[in-house]
Write a protein that binds this ligand. Structure first.
Ligand SMILES: C[S@@+](CC[C@H](N)C(=O)[O-])C[C@H]1O[C@@H](n2cnc3c(N)ncnc32)[C@H](O)[C@@H]1O
Length: 259
């Protein structure tokens, strides 16, 4: 059988790689991915032929993975976090949908889920995602800014907890400030905001602030920005092991009102 695994490797630390992802990696002959993600897998992929393609070559990566699988090589296409969340899985299906090659027909595809950046950040600080939440990517490379702005506005109107992926890039810095201004029309200035940088990596850094004080200069490409809803609370923590902040952040589900 021709096999293509779409493998999620989680936010960084291999402790968060699922057993299913580990066993798929063990089965693979060939792995396709961005160099940094493959490097994070270390010795566990020594037995594989690796194919690293640069950022920006996403379509080429997906096509190569399909071609290798079609040649009978057990192939893994690798993405960090969850491969289905702002990542490579959709490109494979888009190619199958619009540019299908006869030799891709009998490839069996398994999507292996992983821990996305928003789950990693939530777990670091407590339980901010306990009620309705949404994610919005601030990258306008593939999505018109008008669409993004409409979604930020709707998220504010609906009082969702909002996680911003791709908040800035090297060339793109104004969108997060604009998102903050839109949310401030609906959310209080003291709404908790959690900034998670390099999550589950050696240089991890987490800051808790407020929407009014959210400083764009603190944010880089490998940062997730999570904005609470009107119920989200920051409470002191006595747990010194609680990473950087000595605080917990949680969003109540309404149990207290029931008691
Ligand atoms: C193209 S998206 C990929 C998302 C990934 N598939 C996931 O599920 O986490 C890249 C964005 O995800 C966020 N991100 C991914 N990994 C992260 C990490 N370890 N720490 C902080 N943010 C991360 C950042 O906002 C970054 O700009």
């Amino acid at each position: 059988m021709k096999t293509l695994y779409l493998i999620s490797t989680g936010p960084g630390d291999l402790a968060y790689l699922s057993p299913r992802a580990q066993s798929a990696l063990q089965h693979c002959d060939d792995l396709v991915g961005y160099g940094l993600y493959l490097d994070l897998l270390g010795d566990s992929i020594q037995h594989c032929q690796t194919h690293t393609l640069a950022l920006g070559q996403e379509t080429e990566r997906a096509r190569l993975a399909l071609d290798l699988a079609a040649q009978g090589k057990v192939t893994g296409l690798v993405s960090s976090g969850d491969i289905g969340i702002y990542a490579m899985a959709t490109l494979v299906f888009e190619l199958l949908d619009h540019q299908a090659q006869p030799e891709w027909n009998d490839i069996s595809i398994e999507v292996i889920p992983g821990i996305s950046a928003l789950q990693a950040l939530a777990s670091r600080v407590g339980a901010p995602l306990a009620h309705d939440f949404c994610t919005i990517s601030l990258s306008d490379l593939l999505t018109p800014w008008q669409t993004i702005e409409k979604r930020i506005d709707a998220a504010g109107r609906g009082d969702f907890v909002v996680s911003f992926y791709n908040p800035v890039s090297r060339k793109r810095r104004w969108q997060l400030e604009k998102a903050k201004q839109i949310l401030l029309q609906y959310k209080a200035a003291n709404t908790p905001v959690i900034i998670g940088k390099n999550l589950c990596r050696d240089t991890e850094n987490i800051t808790i602030t407020t929407l009014a004080d959210l400083d764009i200069e603190q944010v880089d490409m490998l940062t997730l920005v999570m904005v609470g809803n009107q119920e989200t609370r920051v409470i002191p923590s006595n747990n010194a092991a609680n990473i950087a902040q000595q605080h917990y952040v949680y969003t109540p589900r309404g149990y207290r009102a029931k008691q």
